[in-house]
Design a protein around this ligand. Structure first.
Ligand code: SAH
Length: 248
């Protein structure tokens, strides 16, 4: 019988992977594989850990509270997304979840929730958002899971900004003007980048002034209409990936 090309179920594990490597499962992973997905001993799934590519693994032990898998062969090499951060001001829960999920699918390296003057929420559930990122990576075939950083204030983030990282500053004040992508393209794709998206209330004038002063921040417009923050995030990721990232 022809063997399935790739196992359908993908699971992210915080465990070394390699030839013959055994991986013990957490209670939640065992519940998912054996309780929800009804897998039994002998079944195959795909594992990735963010550094070692994707591995075909066979179920060796299946229990209610745990289990053991054994790696067989590597089914995909490790693939890192480009060095792109998505910085965004968290909005309502479901919309924030959406942004995290899309950032993973679209290939951001790091996800940075930012508190701006007009940000609606003062807190985020970092662990929940990280779990969303893991789920999105499992679903989209990625071998890397971006880190979801803790909520940082925009002024502090900019004060500690890493040297050389460019900012694609999505500035709603530029709505309807030329997209100004030339500034982006001039920087080329080799550098580290960040996309910055504001909250529903937009950026304050003081924030905008500060950003305009930074030589490494490049204001861009995303067309002639005001987009919701989550739409702006997807649009900006699309543009960046097309011109500077790994869609080229
Ligand atoms: N309330 C604001 C809009 C905020 S939209 C207003 O009416 O002006 C949320 C965020 O999405 C913005 O801060 C910006 O980062 C991004 N955004 C939305 N539409 C945009 C556009 N046409 N060009 C650039 N950025 C945009």
């Amino acid at each position: 019988m022809v063997r399935l090309m790739k196992p359908k179920i993908r699971l992210y594990v915080e465990h070394p992977l390699g030839d013959g490597q055994q991986v013990s499962l957490t209670r939640e992973q065992a519940h998912y594989l054996f309780g929800v997905m009804r897998l039994a001993v002998g079944a195959e799934i795909a594992l990735f850990n963010g550094t070692a590519g994707e591995w075909r693994a066979e179920v060796m032990e299946a229990g209610k509270r745990g289990g053991v898998l054994e790696c067989r062969d590597q089914t995909a090499p490790q693939q890192m997304p480009p060095d792109l951060w998505l910085c965004f001001a968290p909005i309502k829960k479901a919309r924030t979840d959406f942004i995290v999920e899309k950032a993973v699918e679209m290939g951001a390296r790091r996800i940075v929730p930012v508190q701006t003057s007009f940000t609606n929420s003062e807190r985020i559930r970092q662990d929940r958002l990280q779990a969303h990122a893991v789920e999105a990576a499992e679903q989209c075939g990625a071998t890397y899971v971006p880190e979801v950083a803790g909520l940082a204030r925009l002024d502090r983030l900019l004060a500690d900004w890493p040297q050389g990282r460019q900012i694609m500053f999505c500035d709603e004040a530029r709505v309807g003007r030329s997209s100004a992508l030339t500034g982006l393209l001039a920087e080329g794709g080799a550098r580290p980048w960040a996309i910055l998206i504001g909250p529903e209330g937009g950026f304050s004038q003081a924030e905008r002034d500060r950003l305009h002063e930074l030589p490494y921040a490049h204001p861009v417009a995303l067309g002639p209409r005001i987009l919701r923050a989550e739409t702006a995030a997807v649009a900006a990721l699309t543009l960046w990936q097309t011109y500077l990232g790994d869609w080229r």
